[in-house]
Ligand binder design. Sequence first.
Ligand SMILES: [Zn+2]
Length: 130
Amino acid sequence: MSNECSIFQDCVSKAQFRNKSILDIVTKLSEQTAMLDRAVFKSVTHCGCVKINAEKQVICNDKTIEENKCFLKSHVEGNLCPKCKEKVEEEMGDLIFYLASLCNTLDINLSDVINQKQDYLKTLGIYSLL
Ligand SMILES: [Zn+2]
């Protein structure tokens, strides 16, 4: 994973041509997040392969975090069809491109970021997200 990440970040560096300014990169990263959101929601509103059935999450204070985790819902019903999955993956790829681009501009190694987060998650486990 670490090597794949470094190879990807290097590819992004070589492909980074038009949006060299950090101002362009940060705004493209935000824009791309919206594009990903749109792709996910279009799978609901235009295709219909998935539905969102949201309601308040119920946390029971007399249960452990692990027990509560079993009852928390994603609010997603169904599965992405191949066409929607392809679109969502495409938007995720573009999002990662701009994230790697930001890393390059700030001289940050994307692999280090992922490894640090992974260590944090391993150390704190479920408590890391409280
Ligand atoms: Zn679909």
